[in-house]
Design a protein around this ligand. Sequence first.
Ligand code: GLC
Length: 509
Amino acid sequence: MTDEEQWWRDAVVYQVYLRSFADSDGDGVGDLRGVLQHLDHLADLGVDALWLNPFYVSGGADAGYDVVDHRAVDPAMGSLADVDELLEQAHARGLRVVGDVVPNHTSSRHPWFEQARRGGPGDPARSRYHTATGRDGAPPSDWQSLFGGPAWEPFGDGEWYLHLFDVAQPDLNWEHPDVVADFERTVRFWLDRGFDGLRFDAAGAMAKAPGYPPVPEGPRHPGDDHPFSDRPEVHRIFRRFAQILAERPGRYGVAETWGPAWLGEPYMRQDELHQAFAMDVIFTRLDAGELGAAVREYLDAAERQGRRPAWPHGNHDVTRAATRWGSEGVMAVLLLLLALPGATYLYAGDELGLPEVELADADLRDPTWRRSGGTERGRDGARVPLPWRYDASGHHGFSPAGTQARTWLPQPSGWSELSVEAQHADTGSALATVRAALKARTSLREAPWPVWLPGPPGVLAFRRGDVTCVLNTSGGPLPLDEWGRELLAASRELDEDGRLPSPGTAWLR
Ligand code: GLC
């Protein structure tokens, strides 16, 4: 493969959370044409690619992740012609486009599931899903849904179906040939339309142990057998997807993995996918020692497989980075990840430093809120529509001027200050910091693997070629002279003595 064909190795991928990115038609929900209208923002920012969350016909239970038709566009998101135009316009600006395949489950409104429901016990249509007979009125096993509550739902005729996520997301049976054939068709369909890469949603969940045995308690260790997560059989599926990707040069696949490096490593084997998310970084405290240990584990795992990591800085399933790491920490961690070998995934709105929003109970839409009986607030606080303009119109330029409809999740007042427009001209803004870092990052592309440098407590430092990256979490300012002469980028302004405040990251030569 040529370097150009492996563009994804060191790419910066911007995650467009479609329903919250930009609304073109005034219904208060983001859509594909909204993305088309703002492609210049992404090109200006300097990212290499955008990943689009699902835009397929959906039952509306899990913000697009409950899919009714994997090869058709939800009218609320736009049309197939809009997808084609988006691919064309993005490509014209040198931006690649990554799609999102949801193979673990369908919507309960999917024709296959409707057939299964109607069919009754023992009907062959039920075998495309995980269905089983209950135990004297109780579910077939004690498995719990990842969104809360039992993972089994009765059909009402003695049989139950499995849903690891919402009750409206029945899990597919990947032992069934129809399931395999249909997803191979889906993957080809989107690649043939021009997608440059695909994310595979809930990658680890696609294989289940026969008989649905109990989930062992306590933390997982390498070699442990889990009844529904990261089982060896899932890799058969990814080897097949990898062959389809390999038929088309320049395309790649990334597994949505959760957990430590050893769990994600097998997905990156040479005959499987090109990337697996280094998700634990998201849950690591802003501490040089802890971050250093986490990134080294993922780097080692990727290196063993001849790959580079995929660094998630945030995403639509976790608390906003600015709230997890603080308003200065958000950029410090971003510059750390950007300086490492591998691809960085930047979640829409984190380039503005948007904080997690505290929504009122009545505004929450995430199925987690309902399924947990109101104990887990869920993920909506990271999904609030983006502020584009400095105005008080009620939607901050998210929707077209004059739109009366409310945004699908309410934006807090005061978001004008954080809008793209407000930050555009401000050289000290989060947006300006990200733009400058992405420009400076060109000197790190294809740079050698990091050499770790000794540093004072609270400081993580490494060199790649002639560039040195230092992360300061010591609590006090760090003099930079010993690390380099020329400042290439910094996550925040240096103090009057030219020292890097804490928390902060600087790249020097
Ligand atoms: C993935 C998605 C998440 C979704 C779940 C079920 O984790 O990122 O948003 O709810 O899969 O599809």
